[in-house]
Design a protein. Structure first.
Length: 85
C-alpha cells in the first residue's frame, strides 16, 4: 500500500466539479484508491461517497493506493491533486 497526504487548496473544497474531476482521473487506474478524512473514508471512484466526506479548503486528507501499480498510480495522483485540487 502506498499513501500520501494532501491539503486541499480549491477555494470551495472538494465540491461537485473537482470531485467529478477526481473520479474521472481515478477511474483510469485499476488500483483501489481511498480518500481518508479523519475517521471517514471513501472510494475515489464514487462521486457521492467523495462528496459525503465534506472536504473543505485547507483540510488535509490522506490518499491510499493499493494494487499492482500502486507506486506509479500514487505518484500520478499526487501530481493530479497538486495541479487540480
Amino acid at each position: 500500500m502506498k499513501s500520501f497526504e494532501y491539503t486541499i487548496t480549491d477555494p470551495v473544497g472538494l465540491h461537485a466539479r473537482p470531485a467529478g474531476l477526481l473520479v474521472k482521473e481515478a477511474k483510469k487506474y485499476t488500483d483501489t484508491i481511498l480518500i481518508h478524512k479523519g475517521e471517514k473514508s471513501a472510494e475515489a471512484k464514487k462521486l457521492m461517497a467523495l462528496m459525503a466526506l465534506c472536504i473543505l479548503k485547507n483540510e488535509t486528507i490522506t490518499v491510499t493506493v493499493e494494487g499492482e501499480n500502486e507506486e506509479a498510480t500514487a505518484g500520478e495522483l499526487e501530481a493530479f491533486f497538486k495541479a487540480n485540487l
